[in-house]
Design a protein around this ligand. Structure first.
Ligand code: HH2
Length: 276
């Protein structure tokens, strides 16, 4: 399986690591740390040295309860970082739901659009449909980060998330985006209780089997890991690596992580021992 993006056709025959670069004042685990463009770009360079296969640059915090920045503010945060990151030799993704940001990033040559709202904002789908090759990650979420934790009633979370991703991928393909440009994401922590997140990990193979597209998952430092370990957000490295490994073992193609070096090492061991 491959993931077609603007400049790269990413081979997914081995698991890939997407390194998180948050250029936000308020992200849940590293808000404010890379808020300036120079600091964010230095972080990009470090993640590439550590073995990141993709860089994911975001200017909107989507932690539960966060509010959405204006498009102009989001652009001012991410565009200078994207411009620099595009020179580092790896695929670069922009983590945004805002069509104006997508358009500007695509004009700079961005490889991938990672949208936690799965291109549902007016104009977002047209941005991707109007581009010849950019990759896209469509994620499951309900509502908005401000209100999503009030929308966590599921008959069967794995079936419901699978239905959503199936339908959304079909709509995006119908708009003209080729299947090989699309990866899907169950949205760990987005409109879900800890039990839902764990069911999505425990039964992740069911999702992989029914979707027919590669799965990207983000467990890094998330609240469910805090609940399981009793550890604060800065102390969840081991838990995050463990979750990434289980996700890969259960068929994930790409893991979205803050701690690239540790995840890359763990996946090397997994590959040597477990991959066929
Ligand atoms: N999680 C976050 C943000 N973007 N994108 C995808 N595809 N999948 C995810 O699970 C996902 C995502 C939240 O994590 P983070 O970027 O660290 O925090 P914040 O949203 O507070 O910036």
């Amino acid at each position: 399986m491959h993931w077609q993006t603007t400049r790269f056709r990413i081979d997914l025959s081995r698991p890939r690591v997407m390194g998180i670069v948050n250029v936000t004042p308020d992200s849940f685990s590293d808000g404010g740390r890379h808020a300036g463009a120079a600091a964010a770009l230095a972080h990009c360079e470090r993640l590439v040295e550590e073995g990141a296969d993709v860089l994911d640059i975001g200017g909107e915090s989507t932690r539960p309860g966060s509010t959405t920045p204006a498009a102009a503010e989001e652009m001012a945060r991410v565009l200078p970082v994207i411009e620099g990151a595009l020179r580092l030799g790896v695929p670069v993704s922009v983590d945004t739901s805002e069509p104006a940001v997508m358009q500007a990033a695509l004009a700079l040559g961005i490889d991938i659009v990672n949208d936690v709202r799965a291109l549902r904002r007016p104009g977002a789908l047209a941005c991707l449909a109007g581009h010849k090759a950019a990759g896209v990650c469509l994620m499951h979420m309900r509502g908005e980060p401000e209100t999503m934790q009030a929308q966590t009633d599921y008959a069967d979370v794995v079936a419901d998330v699978g239905d959503f991703l199936d339908h959304r991928a079909a709509e995006v393909m119908a708009a003209g985006v080729a299947a090989e440009r699309i990866v899907l994401d169950p949205g760990i922590g987005f409109a879900k209780q800890p039990g839902h997140n764990l069911a999505l990990l425990r039964r992740q193979r069911e999702l992989v089997a029914r979707l027919g597209r590669p799965l990207l998952v983000g467990w890094s430092r998330k609240g469910t890991l805090g609940l399981l370990t009793g550890r604060g957000v800065g102390d969840r490295l081991a838990a995050s690596v463990a979750a990434a490994l289980v996700a890969v073992q259960h068929g994930a193609a790409i893991v979205r992580v803050h701690d690239v070096a540790a995840t890359v090492d763990a996946l090397k061991v997994w590959q040597a021992a477990c991959s066929d």
